[in-house]
Design a protein around this ligand. Structure first.
Ligand SMILES: [Zn+2]
Ligand SMILES: [Zn+2]
Length: 362
């Protein structure tokens, strides 16, 4: 293990923020993990520049969406309209093995700095009966699913194909069809993203039987040394059956991304670098990480109460606070620390892991 990683925590204290600012700093700390310093007001313009995140703002977006170009029930125009009218700043269209064009959509519904449609594809294949789906965010061209006989081979082939098309890969709904195990996820290289929450009603986010839930899987991967970030998405297909609980409708899971501009590359690069949090309804007022502590503050609603958990290696709860504002002081040997906010009606926010100490994932 390189010294820079082994001593990641002890080398970080040179980072001393002078004050609380509205930027997120991705520092080479704890083995290259993203260290946050952020005020998480959605779309709030930041006033301070740090670590290259110039004028960063928070943008709300959905990274996984279908249209009539694959198995959705609505035209791309209708789908984009739904997200624009429901307070999102950006949307990635990810039809199965199809690259839905976005130029016309951006010409009619996009607006600089206000709303953006990003090109994407859900590269879709299977191994035996297991569905293997990997999203390519902002791919330059269509990516064909590879030919592979193993789950890891299929996922890796998709990831590599997406990279070759200059896209950002994200592994989708591992428990859909009980397709991808934690060990198989751990074996995949060159990807930093997976869906810790997917809003489709058949994807088994919570696990079942002898299969762990995706949050447990996330902690297994991080504890095993693999740095991976957890996104929340809709995977929406159905926009015409809002009354139907069996439909995969929109508005269930999303990300708040801190990026310097509402542009495709700026957004997907920020996601790949962990400069975001995932949510099913909780909005954060701020997320701050220094070399010494992680602090999370919720933007509370009038009717809710909150619990904030700080989680480390093995999924261990390091600290739980029954309040909408909490901090955790690093001891130096946690490996990583991430925060989960649970709201009293079931909404959740997940911040991304901060590497701490010699066992930080990388
Ligand atoms: Zn899928
Ligand atoms: Zn999908």
């Amino acid at each position: 293990m390189p010294d820079a990683i082994r001593s990641g925590f002890t080398r970080c204290p040179s980072f001393r923020p002078a004050r609380r600012v509205s930027v997120l700093a991705a520092l080479a700390c704890g083995g290259g993990l993203a260290v946050w310093l952020a005020t998480a007001e959605p779309s709030a313009t930041a006033g301070v520049v740090s670590q290259g995140v110039a004028g960063a703002r928070w943008f709300k977006g959905n990274l996984h969406t279908h249209t009539l170009n694959s198995d959705g029930d609505s035209t791309p125009d209708e789908v984009v309209r739904w997200y624009r009218e429901h307070g999102y700043d950006f949307l990635v269209l990810t039809d199965h093995n199809f690259l839905t064009g976005v130029d016309g959509l951006n010409a009619t519904q996009g607006a600089p700095g206000k709303f953006l449609v990003v090109r994407g594809e859900e590269v879709t294949g299977s191994v035996d009966t297991k569905p293997i789906h990997v999203n390519g965010l902002d791919v330059r061209r269509l990516v064909d699913p590879p030919v592979a006989t193993t789950v890891v081979g299929m996922v890796q082939g998709m990831v590599d194909g997406i990279r070759a098309a200059d896209g950002i890969p994200s592994i989708n709904h591992p428990n859909f069809g009980w397709a991808i195990s934690a060990d198989e996820l751990a074996a995949v290289q060159r990807t930093k993203l997976f869906e810790v929450y997917n809003g489709h009603p058949q994807v088994n986010n919570l696990g079942g039987g002898d299969v762990p839930g995706l949050e447990e899987t996330w902690d297994r991967l991080l504890t095993g040394g693999k740095l991976i970030y957890g996104i929340a998405v809709d995977d929406a297909h159905h926009f015409k059956r809002p009354w139907d609980p069996t439909a995969s409708s929109p508005g269930h899971g999303w990300v708040y991304v801190q990026a310097p501009a509402l542009e495709p590359r700026a957004l997907v690069n920020a996601v790949e670098q962990g400069r975001f949090y995932s949510s099913t309804g909780v909005v954060l007022d701020s997320v701050e990480a220094t070399a010494r502590e992680l602090r999370v503050a919720v933007k509370p609603t009038s009717f809710s109460k909150y619990r904030i958990r700080f989680i480390g290696r093995g999924g261990r709860v390091l600290r739980e606070v029954a309040a909408p504002d909490a901090r955790y002081a690093f001891t130096g040997d946690e490996g990583y620390v991430r925060a989960k906010v649970v709201e009293s009606n079931g909404a959740v926010a997940w911040t991304q892991p901060i590497g701490v100490g010699p066992q930080a994932p990388k």
